[in-house]
Design a protein around this ligand. Structure first.
Ligand SMILES: Cc1cc2nc3c(=O)[nH]c(=O)nc-3n(C[C@H](O)[C@H](O)[C@H](O)COP(=O)(O)OP(=O)(O)OC[C@H]3O[C@@H](n4cnc5c(N)ncnc54)[C@H](O)[C@@H]3O)c2cc1C
Length: 481
């Protein structure tokens, strides 16, 4: 820490905010800002939760800078909200207690690619598309693909997944090791480059999905995969949403090695047609991808076509040319923006649940019936190969009763998913938006989570007000949780 920072850290709590900010301004220059527009941009929730801006934003460019910022904030008991690209959907980057948004997007170096070992080391601000562009000529790729071009640090922090998870797993499966700055500014390394290890507690898995509440990720070691010889994409409309789900279940139960299987209901297809200039039949539809050798990929397509026909699937179309595949998948990745286009000016709740695959058809069908009986406009899309689906109710802000209906719908959706043995979120995380559902899912396990949080962050300065509603008097009145 520089002399200026050290001096600032000794100030009394009440005076600290000013002292911390002047120390940060001196150290970081124009990489520190209190501009209102920048603060609001760093708390943009992309969903119906309100924006709670931090008091300031700082852009770190190295692990040493992250560590210095954390030491300074710890001394001042000031909340720190790590920020990657701000695409999380449950109010994760909001600052309900004020404090500092610590933006790591400029820590975007790809440190090493070990082609022979199929792994790489990256800084947390590298985005998934940046990594794949870098890897293109090596014949390798990184498979986890949330709809947004999110940072890999943010993706690890939310335990993200995407369309490839049915074949390649989620961030839980993809992260081999991490470097992390803890709440006192010290740095630890977790995991390593070995494919497996039985050495002690699995701190990597603890930190993946911790939403910036236990530490700040400054480096990630990630698994990579070879780009398959043949990739075939297909689209298959169904007479009913139940048929589409049943075809998914049957394909998985017979062990078909699907690389991607995504559901979009008729409302979402209408949105995609309008937004992405497509002319798909406006019925429940599965988007699929098959990876393998030329022969095995074609065999998979044929097997799936047979399954689909038995479940009311029609007019099964497949594409091999990269440009046709990209167009199809871009439409799927743009589903959120397409859905918003159905009702310009509406607020949107983008929620996700996940159930065991045998319960998928029942859970999705009951959810669609609930939406229809409430008269809501709410497309359903999903990574159905994992039993994971999203619902996006569009809410007119001028009608508070719509909000109430959507809240009741959300409560029932989660109760239904838990009733089937599922989870209140398969990939978006808890953030602020799902705090109230955590205990219903984990019971007294939540106490263990809180004990871990208190052990690693006794002052509750790391992203307070997320995952749990622990009392926090930090920054706008400091104190431990
Ligand atoms: C159009 C759209 C489609 C999406 N589709 C998917 C999807 O298919 N699957 C999916 O899983 N998600 C999806 N999401 C949600 C979002 O993209 C993911 O949650 C993503 O992982 C967030 O990454 P980020 O870089 O934007 O993180 P941010 O939003 O910046 O941060 C998310 C959380 O991680 C913490 N964090 C960020 N960086 C770090 C770090 N270096 N160290 C510690 N904590 C950190 C933050 O404090 C915050 O709690 C989608 C979002 C949008 C807008």
């Amino acid at each position: 820490m520089t002399a200026g920072l050290a001096k600032a850290s000794k100030q009394s709590a009440g005076e600290n905010k000013k002292a911390v900010f002047s120390a940060l301004a001196a150290r970081f220059g124009d990489r520190f800002s209190v501009s209102q527009a920048l603060r609001e941009q760093h708390a943009n929730t992309l969903t119906w939760l309100g924006c709670e801006p931090p008091d300031a934003v700082v852009f770190a460019e190295s692990e040493a800078e992250v560590s210095d910022v954390v030491k300074l904030c710890a001394a001042a008991r000031m909340p720190i909200i790590p920020f990657g690209t701000g695409t999380s959907l449950e109010g994760h980057v909001n600052a309900p207690f004020g404090g500092l948004s610590l933006d790591v997007s400029r820590m975007n170096r790809i440190v090493a690619v070990h082609e022979a070992d199929l792994d790489c080391v990256v800084e947390p601000g590298v985005t998934r598309k940046q990594l794949n562009d870098h890897l293109r000529d090596s014949g390798l790729f990184f498979p986890v693909d949330p709809g947004a071009d999110a940072s890999l640090g943010g993706m690890a922090a939310t335990r993200a997944s995407g369309t490839n998870a049915v074949r390649y797993g989620t961030m839980r499966d993809s992260v081999l090791g991490l470097s992390v700055v803890l709440a006192d500014g010290s740095v630890i390394k977790t995991g390593g480059r070995a494919r497996k290890s039985s050495a002690g507690y699995d701190l990597t898995r603890l930190l993946v999905g911790s939403e910036g509440t236990l530490g700040i990720i400054t480096s990630l070691t990630l698994k990579l995969y070879g780009i398959p010889e043949t990739i075939l994409s297909a689209v298959c409309p169904f007479a009913s949403i139940e048929g589409a789900c049943n075809a998914t279940i049957a394909a998985l139960q017979m062990g078909l090695p699907l690389a991607r299987i995504e559901l979009a209901d008729e409302v979402q297809i209408r949105a995609c047609n309008a937004y992405s200039h497509l002319s798909l039949p406006e019925v429940p539809t599965l988007f699929l991808e098959f990876h393998g050798t030329a022969q095995s990929a074609r065999e998979q397509v044929e097997t799936f076509a047979q399954i689909a026909r038995g479940e009311g699937g029609e007019d099964f179309k497949w594409a091999e040319r990269p440009e046709d595949r990209s167009r199809l998948w871009q439409a799927r990745h743009d589903a959120y923006w397409a859905a918003r286009g159905l009702r310009p000016g509406a607020e949107v709740l983008s929620t996700d649940v996940c159930v065991p695959i045998s319960a998928l058809a029942d859970c999705v069908t009951a959810t669609r019936q609930d939406i229809d009986s409430l008269g809501l406009l709410a497309p359903i899309v999903g990574h159905v190969g994992d039993g994971n689906f999203h619902v996006m109710p569009l809410i007119d802000p001028a009608h508070p009763e719509e909000r109430r209906k959507v809240q009741a719908f959300l409560d029932r959706l989660i109760e239904r998913a838990l009733g089937f043995g599922g989870t209140c979120t398969g990939e978006h995380g808890i953030g602020e938006g799902k705090i109230s559902y955590l205990r219903a899912e984990h019971g007294s396990g939540v106490e263990v989570m809180i004990a871990i949080k208190k052990a690693l962050d006794p002052l509750n300065i790391l992203n307070p007000g997320k995952i749990f509603a622990l009392a926090c008097r930090a920054s706008r009145g400091p104190g431990p949780c």
